[in-house]
Write a protein that binds this ligand. Sequence first.
Ligand code: MOS
Length: 737
Amino acid sequence: MFGFGTTNSLTMDKPHPESLLDTGVQGVISRPLDRVDGPLKVSGTATYAAEYAFDNMAYGVLVGSSIAAGKVVSIDADAIRGIPGVIDVVTDFDRFIRVAAQGGATDAPTQGVKDIAFSGQIVAIVLAESFEVARDAAQALPIQYEASEGQYEFAAHKDETRKPADDATKAHFAQGDVDQAVADAPVSIDVTYVTPSQNSAAMEPHASIAVWDDDGSLDLYGAYQMPTSDAQQLAKSLGVSPKKVRIIARYIGGGFGSKLGIAPESVAAAIAAKQLGRPVKAVMARQQVFDATVRRSNTEQRMRLAAHADGRLTAIGHETLCSNQSTEDYFEPAGIGTHLLYGGENRLITHDLVDLNFVLSGSMRAPGEAVGMVALECALDELAEKLGLDPIELRRINDPAQDPEKDIPFSSRQLMRSLDEGAQRFGWSQRQKAGTRREGEWLVGMGVSSAVRGNMLMESSAKVEIHPDGSATVASAMTDIGTGSYTILAQIASEILGIPVENITLSLGDTNDPPAAGSGGSWGAASAGSAVYLACEMLRGKLAKAMDVDEDGLTLKDGKAIGDNRSTPIGELVGEGLEATGHIKPGKQEKQTTQASFGAHFAEVAVNVVTGEVRVRRMLGVFAAGRVLNAKTARSQCLGGMTFGIGTALTEDLIHDTRNGKLVNRDLAEYHVPANADVPQMDVHFLDERDIHANPIHAKGIGELGISGAAAAVANAVFNATGVRVRDFPITLDKLL
Ligand code: MOS
């Protein structure tokens, strides 16, 4: 049926109940294969953006503003030109300003020195023959500013809010009357949770090398999550045709949202390289990553819950204040999970912004759920305590049969099974009344939280080619940001084509390959994976035709095509080579079902009665995210998410100096992400699931599910241990004493 054409395109307008991943006999899908790129990484031969070498390359060091509000009056480039090795200073930075905001880009380049909106904003790039000289000169560069008054304190300005434009999540949503329901309810709570700014803190700093060709086209080696859209964004900010910009991002040392959109170093490198007529490398210092890329906004979340005496919710109010620059509309969508997790007919979910002169706020891992679930799931714990109900039972009572705000079903929803399975595995029945379990100096407690992350399918394509030697290549502008994309895409192709994984070569992270949505929003595996699936489905049809057998009677395994009592090496069926492109697009299924991954977190903590320190003893995550494509890489994603949860609960706190808007702790020595000793025994368990509404591979997002609710489970365990409810995060020891 696929004898003609080379593109197999699918729009998800209806369920896709059959999957070749269920009928394939290679036996490789879902297996815990080691990463195919692992040996390259541990041997130092995987080339990251900053590691490419070019003849005549100049080194650029970015210079950040020392004021947080005002104007640059002058930059005295001549003062440093005499330093041996200095090439030039490029100060045409106005276009840098907006590009770090996802989706935002300047319309056209403009010349000159402009307004400063936050401390550390990039104002120049100093170019030199070596990195050391560039760094030295950058520090010596005289810049004159005219400072104006800025807003540096959330608490001082939180009464001056504005309603941002709607995003994928609506800024404001109301149903029924929450005020009235709370007034009428026999049991209610009205509490406010506070979370600080956070930084993605990816291991690899933002880095770019820009190389212009004589024909006016640009190759940008960059550490970016979404090369296809990043190349368009970069082209726009440079004022060149998108066809002229190629991004190469083969390996990326983590992104967690901070590399979704382009950051100032790519634009600076590109402009400087053009001006110099030489390749330019620009690598951000760790402090610049903190200062000048993106942060997760701080939040203040008012939670109101009202319930009947039996625990049935009558109202949920989740009102979030967050912050951004005055020209930005991005808001932390903290209420995103609240829309679909529990029933209750009166609902109010809002997000408002406070304007501050801080580094842009943008997406950081599980934007919304990561901190929104802290408020929702801790508030639910508070309500359970007040009702005298087990927190899992309270969730069961309010588990809706369908989307609580729309008249549509869930594509799949195993929230209660996750909670029940987790309770059993974790020994939840051993949990005691708050503040009553003591072991020597330690108070011990258990906490639980639901997990939810909306599932997204994003338009993506991939090309798969089978070669005469029986090997195959898979090419897509999808990325592997450390998650395992290389491996799972090889597994999908291997399973369907019956070609061993070791005979499949991948080309990822290059916009010369078919466009893809890249890695973000936990859509990567399912979106690019579906594109690979569709290409392989078409190739399977072509192989059946070449062998002259019915597709139903064709078996592909271990490099052989078997059918009609014949067995032929696959390579012999492809002539000079056989290729197909797969293309997936979201469709009506998105509107006809509410799609999300679900799960449950369990945590046990010990709190020292003398010092107040919190030690997480063990954690368990149970997740239902559709088909698990690789049990090992999926588990690693969840472990990483749960570790983020420990950070949110106990350590991460990006501090802004309220006097001048500077970041106080802008490196990994002072910004505390959990280190090995902070991370306890962790278990991850997946429930078996296939989501036929999501896509043809029946997988859903997993990366950001592991963080959703993880911090709340830890915080609820702290309460259960101590009887003290801390609503101001992170829960540092001073707040417990
Ligand atoms: Mo994620 S915050 O969409 O990389």
